[in-house]
Design a binder for this molecule. Structure first.
Ligand SMILES: [Zn+2]
Length: 404
């Protein structure tokens, strides 16, 4: 561990970055760029020079800290994650193919889910959540239409096949083409599920991701489902759609309902805009709304919904939006975050956080990119992040989150 440069003037992001990174080492984590799946195309002369000048490292030290790669026999690894807290800041000039890593200051979603599989602990909640990203099965620069991966459930074996809900938490879709992405649960067993992040026709899906939520089978407290506007006989784009959802089991009093997007299909040359929300929540059901706004041509949208008894201990939820922290005109402000406080006495320990988009207004002249995450999650609160990257114009993005 190396905390050598801390002093009273060190800023909080630097404390966070370094302390979390060094505790990663304490838990047995190695540097991300040295993991078995890394295969980074280093520009070695540039890297040797840079670390000699900035750190005073010899070539042998650079070999040991940067180039030497572990094998799959040495360590268990995820796919390469350039957002990992265990990654150095890697400028693009360090590599031959433009691969880079930003200065990461908090745990990535893959960090959170991967370390939870290495240290599963005891999960007493009947709910579970995690993420899946296309970049865990292929690099971003080899876009494909089908992006399948398998999630292995942790904890005790399940007595029955659970229900899996998906919500979009990440995309990087090529511009000048229709925006088409759908997240599919292709198979579920008591031990695992197979997810597909699918685009179709000429859409270029550089990367895409979902949060998944696992519900126990036939549970009367935790209920969920999906709704999709797809209708092969319809030839016009959507306007305002309302659809009644009926619960399989009625609640004693109106539950809390959370809705989010599982799929979006919008026409090229116009912003990708869609909004989903619930109204008229009763003990037996609610209305879900899918709205298209302005000049957007929304061909189809898919939603997932989740309901639970209001004020139940061990779970809470909410919504957040870029509009909470800035105006839509500030579309180039790509990092957006704010702390949230959980209701008193909801949790005995830090919960896991599910996040998925419920509203989008993303510009069409550049790639449509978004990345959701949470940080500083404790039993009393968390900080949400709605980020984009590159030249994306994110006019507005809204999110539904569930802490459980
Ligand atoms: Zn380190």
């Amino acid at each position: 561990m190396n905390f050598g440069w801390f002093n009273d003037n060190t800023d909080d992001d630097e404390f966070s970055r370094t302390v979390v990174h060094e505790f990663g080492h304490a838990l047995g984590c190695i540097h991300e760029h040295q993991q078995p799946n890394a295969n980074i195309q280093w520009n070695r002369p540039v890297v040797y020079d840079a670390y000699r000048i900035s750190q005073g490292w010899t070539r042998a030290q650079v070999d040991a800290q940067v180039f030497n790669q572990y094998t799959a026999a040495d360590v268990t690894a995820s796919a390469l994650d350039n957002l990992s807290i265990m990654e150095y800041a890697i400028p693009a000039e360090f590599t031959l193919n433009g691969w880079s890593a930003p200065t990461n200051t908090h745990l990535s979603q893959t960090d959170v889910t991967f370390i939870a599989t290495m240290y599963p602990g005891v999960n007493v909640s009947p709910l579970d959540t995690g993420v899946f990203n296309s970049m865990s099965v292929r690099p971003w620069n080899t876009p494909t239409s089908d992006n399948r991966g398998t999630i292995k459930f942790t904890g005790a074996p399940l007595p029955a096949v659970p229900q899996i809900l998906l919500g979009l938490n990440w995309f990087d879709m090529g511009h000048g083409l229709n925006f088409r992405i759908r997240s599919l649960v292709e198979q579920v067993t008591t031990a695992s599920c197979t997810i597909n992040l699918q685009s179709w026709a000429d859409t270029v899906n550089y990367s895409s991701g979902v949060s998944w939520l696992k519900l126990p089978a036939n549970n009367q407290d935790f209920q969920g489902g999906t709704f999709d506007t797809t209708d092969p006989t319809r030839t016009t784009a959507l306007g305002q759609v309302t659809h009644k959802i009926n619960f399989a089991h009625a609640y004693a009093s109106p539950p809390t309902v959370v809705v989010f997007l599982t799929s979006v299909d919008t026409e090229k040359g116009r912003n990708t805009r869609a909004k989903v929300y619930a109204t008229d929540v009763q003990t037996d059901g609610f209305n879900v709304h899918v709205d298209s706004t302005s000049d957007t041509l929304l061909w189809n949208a898919g939603i997932a919904w989740f309901a639970y008894p209001t004020n139940k201990k061990g779970i809470t939820s909410g919504t957040c939006s870029t509009s909470d922290v800035r105006s839509w005109e500030q579309a180039s402000q790509l990092a957006n975050s704010r702390p949230v406080t959980f209701p008193d006495q909801t949790f005995d320990k830090a919960p896991r956080v599910f996040m998925a988009v419920n509203q989008l207004d993303i510009g069409y002249q550049t790639n449509a990119r978004i990345h959701l995450s949470s940080s500083n999650v404790t039993k009393t609160g968390m900080e949400w992040h709605i980020d984009a990257w590159g030249d994306t114009k994110m006019y507005l993005a809204g999110v539904s989150w569930i802490a459980c």
